[in-house]
Design a protein. Structure first.
Length: 405
């Protein structure tokens, strides 16, 4: 992967992964952040279009961002099923992964786990075969296999006919992802032998509980074995009851567990969003999109395993009304978190980058603007419009009148 020799980005507002800071300069060299200096230096005129230069070069480049633009660590989405017209299940190929990643990058996602939902063994094997090349695509941090070891009682939109305890062929394909970036498996812990969890963890995979009817005791035993995540908290899982806390209660109570949450105002009631944040905190609750292929397109329907999925008023549903993923981007999730949870922007940004980075074990590489960190960055304006992204120091700007007045 090539890098320009150096790039300096001047921004009026910088979120460094901990705090919202004022004006400063971020210097990038060989794909890493070389240094950061705060304070408005002489000669830097923010927001002047004629001063903006950008691009790869043999020497160096300087980029002065418009005055209303915030520079932040790039967003990390650990659950993204599709985008740009591509559903990963239909295109489990390097080309399919690339198109999905490029669609979401326009909305601030600089790192993601392309997500394969429950499917036939052959589809898992096809993605496994493409994973070595696909994980080299800028922005691919690994893969997320959501299924097939789910609980049929909590299947959601997943095809019941394909939900199963993985057989030997399934396991061979799934375990191969342990060496493909920081990959993740979602399973229902009550539906698999405990030794299978140990076996998967031993390959380097991370495991999240999801689509599960687990009791709180079963969830705690899974966490004891090394399960560290919960997939789309509140959705398609055992709920919090007065005498049985279920997976929801176990998640809210157990600080070992990171939880992804779909912050679209549809999947989870805003009151539950706020309860989750009070219980988990911004360092354990992470924003995910659970996005489907329509993101980045003008289409209003697609086929999901022979079922027509329709978009109406930002809601994706199957023929029977079951929610089928989300029509959501990470920048919209950040905006929604600020509005629905009534939190500072800094907290929403932590849930969109440092927290998922920590969940993936990448907290010393991603999620901060600090010396030595990978130069994965997102720039967005006050209207929550992404105007630029960088992955390993290589970036692009949206040349729009809104972005560059």
């Amino acid at each position: 992967m090539g890098h320009s020799a150096s790039l300096t980005i001047a921004a009026q507002r910088i979120f460094d992964g901990n705090d919202m800071r004022g004006a400063g300069l971020v210097r990038i060299s060989n794909g890493r952040i070389e240094g950061i200096a705060f304070g408005e230096p002489e000669g830097i005129a923010f927001g002047e279009r004629e001063n903006i230069t950008f691009g790869e070069s043999a020497g160096s480049a300087t980029l002065r961002l418009p005055a209303d633009v915030i520079l932040a660590p790039g967003f990390i989405d650990v659950q993204v099923n599709g985008g740009g017209g591509v559903l990963l299940n239909d295109h489990p190929t390097e080309a399919g992964v690339r198109r999905l990643v490029e669609a979401h990058r326009r909305f601030g996602t600089t790192g993601c786990l392309p997500t394969l939902i429950t499917d036939r063994t052959e589809v898992i094997e096809q993605l496994a075969g493409a994973a070595t090349a696909s994980v080299q695509i800028p922005g691919v941090l690994g893969f997320h296999l959501e299924g097939p070891a789910l609980n049929r009682l909590r299947k959601g939109i997943h095809p019941e006919s394909e939900i199963r305890v993985p057989n030997a062929r399934d396991l061979a394909a799934i375990k191969s992802f342990g060496k493909r970036g920081r990959s993740l498996v979602t399973l229902a812990p009550e539906c698999v032998p405990p030794a299978m969890i140990d076996d998967l963890l031993g390959t380097g995979l991370r495991i999240a509980a999801g689509h599960s009817d687990a009791t709180s005791a079963e969830a705690a035993r899974a966490a004891d074995r090394g399960v560290t995540g919960v997939t789309h908290l509140f959705n398609v899982m055992s709920q919090l009851g007065p005498r049985e806390p279920g997976l929801v209660g176990a998640t809210l109570d157990d600080n070992r567990l990171f939880a992804g949450i779909i912050c679209d105002g549809i999947h989870v009631d805003p009151a539950n969003l706020r309860i989750a944040l009070r219980c988990k905190g911004r360092d354990r609750l992470m924003l995910v999109t659970d996005a489907m292929p329509l993101v980045g397109t003008n289409a209003t329907q697609f086929m999901l395993q022979e079922r027509k999925i329709t978009l109406h008023e930002n809601r994706l549903t199957g023929p029977d009304g079951t929610l089928a993923g989300a029509h959501l981007t990470m920048i919209d999730a950040v905006r929604n978190a600020v509005a629905l949870l009534d939190i500072p922007l800094a907290d929403a940004l932590i849930m969109a980058s440092p927290t998922p980075a920590a969940f993936l074990g990448l907290e010393s590489e991603l999620g901060r603007i600090a010396p030595g960190y990978r130069a994965d960055l997102t720039a967005f304006n006050g209207n929550f419009e992404v105007v630029g992204t960088w992955v390993d120091g290589i970036g692009s700007m949206r040349e729009t009148s809104e972005a560059l007045p």
